[in-house]
Design a protein around this ligand. Structure first.
Ligand code: EZ4
Ligand code: CO
Length: 469
């Protein structure tokens, strides 16, 4: 790749010297002149000549020719990115869905990013990642990192298709036959949770996340709660209009959740792996108490106890309990993961590949975690699209320290628009051996389901003050 920037080339890049000026440099600057030209070619649409011509295993040079953004609502809103290349028929598909702020990501992808990408070599994924992350100066945040994840996935898809290999092969090849998966069991009372869990176990699940409505509260994250039947039936209907407000109080929550797991262990036996998501609602001492009280029921993990800002507070939970801890779906920076991993304050890192910068980011998180005996549990909800779920599984089956994979079954209407994605069988997820990520988008079908503004629910305490949902 290219050499470090010399002073002259830095100046040229910043526009202090025009191309004519660069051409007029003396002979002793000829090599610098070549560096300048290569860099200008790399980052500029007008001058790009395909910077890595000849480096691609004898294949002709490849360029990004277009970046298309598809915003669609087949059951719920998704933002998809399609990167087209100079090779006829070769394109990549990524997912850049950020629930509740879809159009902000779409605007970044439509307005700001294409001029930076068109003309570049799509095979230079790491360099593109660095350029889009550090290039804008105002780095990070969920909107930019989701846009970057969408681009990253599409580029890995292109690389796989060009190499005629599934992405997991590019990541080092298989380390396991499948990715151990968990699904959600939610109910209005213990018996309903048990019933949903039993159905999941019949379907093959060995691991189930259990959430129950808390009596006296009007709705609790992950449960049917106080939604109208219409709202409970349709996910978009449920979130359209203004945000739905739930009421949360820690006292009944902390009393009921251990009883739920006592009940489930008694009814379902010791074999099934049980998980629970606190959804960032608790204060440190509350989380420590819950983790302690849940010890007898041997959870696989307790998820996202604390708000993402308070990483050091995990130390308190750790000091009080041996319940395994997972954290990270709200992280949108690689550096969010560092303190939790390097102090071994958690057992599972569960970043969302769609919000932390895609596969390029995830493989770094996974590698760091491996060195500290932390396993992965990538976020896998319904409000990120099938390409991100596919990316999850390509990473899961090619790393050494995979832990578990959250998953959903997409409805037929979603699959009509976005085909492919991982498949579930006997408790495990897997991807096909199709080249790339294995997903595609039907742009005509997407048009049938226009975007509908929708919000995630929000929560308040009984006194009306804001509470994390
Ligand atoms: O609430 O993705 O573990 N899964 C979760 C999800 C999140 C949604 C929010 O957008 O916590 O269901
Ligand atoms: Co969660």
């Amino acid at each position: 790749m290219h050499k470090p920037l010399s002073k002259v080339s830095q100046m040229a890049r910043r526009g202090f010297l025009g191309l004519a000026g660069v051409a007029a440099l003396s002979d002793s600057l000829l090599s610098r002149k070549r560096v300048v030209r290569a860099l200008l070619a790399k980052d500029s649409l007008a001058e790009n000549t395909g910077s890595s011509a000849g480096s691609s295993r004898g294949l002709p040079p490849l360029k990004i020719t277009d970046v298309r953004v598809i915003v669609t609502c087949p059951d719920r809103n998704y933002v998809l990115v399609k990167i087209l290349t100079s090779e006829p028929g070769l394109y990549g598909v990524g997912d850049a869905t950020l629930n509740g702020r879809e159009l902000a990501v779409a605007a970044d992808l439509e307005q700001h990013i294409p001029p930076l990408l068109i003309g570049r070599d799509p095979e230079e994924i790491e360099d593109t990642w660095q350029y889009l992350y550090r290039g804008p100066y105002w780095r990070g945040g969920p909107i930019q990192m989701t846009a970057l994840a969408g681009i990253d996935l599409a580029l890995w898809d292109i690389k796989g298709k060009r190499a005629n290999m599934p992405v997991y092969q590019l990541l080092g090849g298989r380390t396991r036959t499948g990715a151990l998966a968990y699904t959600h069991a939610s109910g209005g009372d213990f018996a309903e949770v048990e019933d949903v869990a039993r159905r999941a176990m019949k379907r093959g699940f060995k691991c189930v996340r259990a959430q129950v409505a808390i009596p006296g509260l009007e709705g609790t994250y992950g449960t049917p709660g106080n939604k109208t039947p219409e709202a409970a039936a349709g996910r978009v209907a449920n979130m359209a209009g203004l945000p739905h407000t739930e009421v949360f109080e820690p006292t009944p929550y902390l009393r009921v959740v251990p009883r739920l797991f006592e009940y489930l262990r008694a009814k379902l036996g010791p074999e099934v792996e049980l998980l629970h998501d606190c959804h960032e609602k608790l204060d440190p001492i509350q989380a420590a108490r819950l983790a302690h009280d849940l010890e007898p029921y041997h959870l696989f993990f307790l998820e996202d106890c604390l708000r993402p800002e308070y990483k050091e507070s995990f130390r308190l939970i750790r000091e009080h309990s041996t319940t395994p801890l997972a954290m990270g779906e709200l992280f949108n920076s690689l550096w969010d993961c560092v303190p939790l991993i390097k102090e071994q304050l958690i057992d599972y890192i569960r970043c969302d590949l769609g919000h932390i910068g895609g596969i390029t980011a995830a493989r770094k998180v996974a590698a760091l975690a491996e060195l500290f005996q932390v396993r992965t549990a990538w976020h896998g909800p319904g409000d990120i699209g099938p390409p991100t779920h596919a990316a999850n599984v390509h990473v899961d089956i090619s790393i050494a320290n995979f832990g578990i994979q959250e998953m959903v079954f997409f409805p037929d209407v979603t699959r009509e628009v976005i085909s492919g994605g991982p498949e579930f069988k006997d408790g495990y997820m897997n991807v096909s051996d199709l080249p790339g990520l294995g997903c595609d988008v039907n742009e005509e079908a997407a048009k049938k389901y226009p975007y509908r503004r929708a919000y995630l629910p929000t929560a308040r305490r009984k006194d009306g003050s804001v509470q994390d949902w």
